[in-house]
Write a protein that binds this ligand. Structure first.
Ligand SMILES: [Fe+2]
Ligand SMILES: [Fe+2]
Length: 170
């Protein structure tokens, strides 16, 4: 580049601090969403009772590692953009819909909670993709891949709920 002050398109450039701050804000929310999802999925991969709960439990157990990986990717990107990964004291829980049900055989409650969590992630990550368009293609690329994972999770659990709906149980 002949002009040293021409930094358009470079999210890491000094004069793009405002844009970076916004991206870091979006990434931090995504990071917390993944951390809370890990907590919720651990509980719901263990709590449910009954024959029909087995499939749900096993599926969530597998997802825990994937969601944890997402949290690590969001954290690493925060650092790359000169941000700091927040400490646990900044955490505020939001997943009221994924608290343990009254009865641990209430698998429908868990399935619906998972669909809501995945829908929330899909909504937020779609926003990140939109907002990073043309300003931060690397974050955008990373989040597109993560969004694909969340769409897969949502679709799987929508399949589970269909079975219960067909039997009039959901
Ligand atoms: Fe995730
Ligand atoms: Fe997910």
């Amino acid at each position: 580049m002949s002009d040293a002050t021409s930094t358009s398109g470079d999210i890491m450039a000094a004069d793009h601090a405002d844009q970076r701050e916004r991206v870091i804000e979006l990434l931090t929310k995504a990071y917390w969403m993944e951390i809370e999802t890990v907590m919720s999925y651990i509980a719901n991969s263990i709590n449910p009772d009954g024959v029909r709960a087995m499939e749900i439990r096993e599926s969530l157990e597998k997802d825990i590692q994937e969601e944890l990986g997402h949290a690590q990717q969001f954290a690493a990107r925060i650092k790359e953009l000169y941000g700091v990964v927040p400490g646990s004291m900044d955490f505020a829980a939001e997943q009221s819909f994924l608290q343990p049900p009254e009865e641990q055989v209430d698998v429908v409650h868990v399935i619906k909670g998972v669909i809501e969590a995945e829908s929330g992630a899909i909504e937020h990550y779609s926003r990140i993709i939109e907002e990073t368009d043309a300003i931060d293609p690397v974050t955008q690329d990373m989040v597109i891949a993560i969004l694909h994972d969340e769409q897969g999770h949502k679709r799987l659990f929508e399949g589970f709920i269909r079975e219960y709906e067909a039997e009039g149980l959901a």
